[in-house]
Structure formats: structure tokens, C-alpha cells
Design a protein. Structure first.
Length: 337
């Protein structure tokens, strides 16, 4: 199976392979960026390209012996480390396994590769053990790393790693990529999913996958095997939310309170952002009192979001009440009209 380079990673792939070709590849490179950007997938693409015997335009062939072994997770010169249990940290014993692997000699590749992700999920002891390896890396051993929180890494580790920042693709590029996986996908659904995932393409695909009830085309995509979907289908929740707002009733306040309990407060605020964006055209022709109320509510929610960023410890119950208090005047206006 050929691991295709993600379209927002092509430049990164070229940069790293160019360094490899010039024999200037750092002993440790780390991809940093938000959740759902495909960093692990990209590192696997780099590993495949590194080992491949029939590399073409920077993409591994997927058919040679090295590619086959890598796809089966049986390549003797490759090791991948991640938390053994979801929610747990990478422990010292796992780094000791890396140490034993690193001091050996390559079986039939030119070097050995070690993939660790997410790098910030290491215990203190594991971080110190990895630091020793990074300070004096064994010859012909390279580390492929990924993190969503580089600030959580030990400064001494950060100083010994070459970082590459992964930039999320544009909405248009995401839609083009996702539509190639599912021809049933509409631009509106793609935009909503991408926004709700905070520009995390893989997370957005997860929402789309659930929205289409495990669309078979998406299900066959190779990178969906390790994908962990969110417990809540945010697209379905957003559609339900839009129904509440388009047909306001006396029960809307209750529904909004339930919504803010079912999903996180930041996600709730994002729902309102999307809803406000969809209302701008119709509100522009509304009576002045309605327009004023609309923009006051919008600004109040933005202020609340800013307050949450400054003080993430704010009480959820307080935030839920505040959100409902801000939005209810808009709903009351709709009821009156």
C-alpha cells in the first residue's frame, strides 16, 4: 500500500528528503502543530521514502520489500513508540527499548528510524532518558517526532531537535482532498466539519465519516485505521443546534443549556460563530433594532470567548448560564416577530 503525501505536507516532504539526499538530515526532526493535521501519517510517509528502494518524486512505491515490511509494521530497522494505553504517558521502559534498538546495527537499511509521538506525552524519567540519546545519538539513527504542545517539552530536548511547523490547509484545499475520498461530500458540510475541528483535517474527516454513517469510501482510506473519532458527532449536534435557532421556541433555552453540557464550552462558542456567520446576510436587511441586538450579542460572545482564553479555569456552569443569557434576547425577538 502506497502512503500518499498529504497535499499540505508536500513542501515539508521535499525539504526533509532534500536534506537526506545531501546527507545533512538532523538526527532528530519534530513536526509541531495542532491536533488532526496528520503529523503521524506524514512521519510514516517520510519513513517509507527513507527506506524505499524505488522512490519516485519523493513518494515511496509501496511495493518493494522495505515498503511491504513497513506497512506490516515488521521492518527491522524501524521502531514506533506511543502511549501503550490511551490517556497514559510514554514511560521509561519504552525509552529503554529504544536505547537497546538504537545501539544495534541496521539489518538491511542504510540507517535506523525511531518514531515517537506524541512527544509531550512522556514521563519526566522518559524525557530524561530520551535526552541522553539525543545528546549523543548513535551513528545512523534518526528520530522522527511529533507534538501538539512543543511548549511542554523540556528545553534541553527542544534545543536538540529540528522543528517543522505544520500549517493547516486552506478550507478549499481541505475540501478538494476530502472530496477525493468521498464524492458525496458537499462544500457546506466540509466547511462546517473543518471549522468544528479547529482546522484539523483528520478530525474533520472523522466528523464527516460519522455524519455519513461510516461512508464506505472514507472507511477504505488507509489513514482511517488509526483514527480515533470523537465521542460526539459534532456535525449532527450543529445541525440540531441550527434547528433550535431557526425555529425558536420556549424550550430553546433548555436545549441550549443541554448543548453546552454535551460539548465543550469552546465548541459551543464555535457553534455560535458559525451560526452568526450564516445570519449576516439576512440580518443586514432587518430592522435597526434587530441589527443592533444581533451585533451586541455577537460582541458579547466574543468577549466571553476572550475571557475564557485568559482564564480557562472559569466555571462551566457560569459560562453556560452566560451563553444562554446573551443569546436569549435574539430568540425572544424572533418569537415576538
Amino acid at each position: 500500500m502506497t502512503l500518499m503525501v498529504l497535499p499540505w505536507m508536500t513542501d515539508l516532504q521535499s525539504q526533509v528528503l532534500s536534506l537526506c539526499h545531501e546527507k545533512q538530515l538532523p538526527h532528530a526532526i519534530c513536526l509541531q502543530g495542532g491536533a488532526g493535521l496528520g503529523k503521524q501519517h506524514q512521519l510514516m510517509c517520510l519513513a517509507a521514502a527513507f527506506f524505499c528502494q524505488q522512490l519516485s518524486a519523493g513518494v515511496a512505491c509501496g511495493a518493494c520489500q522495505h515498503c511491504q515490511l513497513l506497512s506490516l509494521n515488521e521492518h527491522p530497522d524501524f521502531m514506533q513508540i506511543q502511549p501503550q494505553v490511551k490517556g497514559k504517558k510514554i514511560g521509561i521502559d519504552q525509552i529503554r527499548e529504544i536505547t537497546e534498538f538504537a545501539v544495534g546495527t541496521a539489518y538491511f537499511a542504510q540507517a535506523r528510524l525511531i518514531l515517537i509521538q506524541p512527544l509531550e506525552q512522556m514521563t519526566r524519567a522518559a524525557s530524561n532518558a530520551l535526552l541522553k540519546l539525543l545528546e549523543e545519538p548513535p551513528p545512523q539513527v534518526y528520530f522522527l517526532l511529533a507534538t501538539t504542545r512543543a511548549s511542554r517539552l523540556m528545553p534541553t530536548i527542544r534545543s536538540r531537535v529540528q522543528f517543522y511547523t505544520v500549517i493547516p490547509p486552506s478550507t478549499a484545499l481541505f475540501f478538494q482532498w476530502a472530496q477525493a475520498l468521498s464524492t458525496d461530500l458537499t462544500q457546506d458540510i466540509a466547511r462546517q466539519a473543518y471549522t468544528l475541528s479547529y482546522a484539523g483535517p483528520f478530525l474533520a474527516l472523522g466528523f464527516i465519516w460519522r455524519h455519513f454513517n461510516c461512508d464506505q469510501t472514507l472507511k477504505q482510506a488507509p489513514f482511517f485505521k488509526p483514527l480515533e473519532l470523537k465521542s460526539i458527532d459534532l456535525l449532527a449536534e450543529f445541525n440540531r443546534f441550527e434547528d433550535y435557532m431557526s425555529q425558536p421556541s420556549a424550550q430553546t433555552a433548555v436545549h441550549l443549556k443541554l448543548l453546552t453540557k454535551a460539548i465543550s464550552i469552546p465548541q459551543s462558542l464555535l457553534f455560535f460563530d458559525l451560526w452568526f456567520a450564516g445570519q449576516i446576510t439576512s440580518v443586514s436587511t432587518a430592522p435597526e433594532a434587530r441589527r443592533v441586538q444581533f451585533w451586541q450579542s455577537y460582541c458579547q460572545l466574543q468577549d466571553l470567548n476572550d475571557a475564557l482564553i485568559r482564564s480557562p479555569q472559569l466555571n462551566d456552569a457560569y459560562l453556560q448560564r452566560t451563553i444562554v443569557r446573551i443569546i436569549m434576547p435574539l430568540i425572544s425577538e424572533s418569537l415576538a416577530s
